[in-house]
Design a protein around this ligand. Sequence first.
Ligand SMILES: Cc1ncc(COP(=O)(O)O)c(C=O)c1O
Length: 406
Amino acid sequence: MTKNISVPFGTMSVTEDAKKLVAELLESGRLSSGKYVRRFEEEYAQLIGTKEAVALSSGTDADILALAVLYDYGAKRGDEVIIPALSFVATGNAVLHAGFKPVFVDVELETLNINPNKIEEVITEKTRAIMPVHLMGKPAEMDKIMAIAIKHKLFVIEDAAEAHGSIYKGRNVGTIGDMAAYSLYVAHMISTIEGGVVTTDNQEYAEILRSLRSHGRSCNCKSCVINKGEATCAKRFKNGNDIRFIFQRIGYSSKMNELEAAIGLGNIKVWPTYLARRRENFLYLSEQFKKFSSHLLTIHEEKHETIGPHAFPIIVRKGSEFSRDQLSKYLSNNGIDSRNMFLSMPTQCPGFSFLGYMLGRFPNAEYIGQQGLHIGIHQDIGLKECDYIIMIFERFISNYVKNNSK
Ligand SMILES: Cc1ncc(COP(=O)(O)O)c(C=O)c1O
């Protein structure tokens, strides 16, 4: 009898340096967005390889604010943004919260990502942007997406919430579109507990994002020292007006605070080790899972890409003797935490029903929504846990195949 090993879905790390910094900050009394947020932004931009990074309070806000930038470039409320039908629901919510209409495209079963060959079918006069998602860290087909965007003069905002460290044809994911939105939530590879960030090479977009995150103020420079009488920004008073109280656009309240930045700075330091561990787990599991390929689908790393793994997706194939729910119950009984895969937002999430999409419209997304799950492959598990996972899957599948061939 094999001893059960516990395989949690995710873990959160707070480094010793971060703990020290948090304690110092609590003593200092300066906790709202300030110099540590700025330092976090600089280090994050360097890590991704963009000129700018704007820290925000969540990955959802990162999606929303990146989209809201488009209003400065002629977009109108009610214009359309193309997104994959399958993603974490935040992607669809963000489009609606930004004031746009989400237009969905089915995903591919093999990549879980938007099918680039179906994007042009849904482009209309109102389309302003494509927002591909690099689901589970697998890069979306960016060459095709960028070519379509250039042809139709559309913005591309990468939802890179799950793709820290992913590379597409030699370029870091998050540096390919006009902007990229990341989540820094606990389950993600670089975390500030709650948090998000938008990266971009365009300084003007970054300035608009800084304005948007702070209620749409005119004040948008990188380094202004605010709310401190002794160090007021020289640009603050323009023609006698306090630009912090001129609200230039419809804004949000989405700033990151200093404590979150401190945790994030600690996690940026350990990130290369986490990425290496996750990649080792991912590559090992995805290779081993080939032997289950008549029953299960997962993603694989192709030559042109490097996957920065978020979690390990598993989809029960059509015609299998067992269902996702039977599998997840078996995993849970054996100490392996799993989560159902995301749903087809337009047809499986009731909140989107007002958009009028009918079930059956996005067959791949809907299939993954019904028969997909994901398990953790994070930095706190290693090859021992991966071998245990494989052994449990072998046992589960052979039990089902045996019972069904009787
Ligand atoms: C693809 C995707 N987009 C957006 C988000 C939203 O991020 P947050 O939870 O930080 O708001 C997530 C979160 O997990 C995500 O997976």
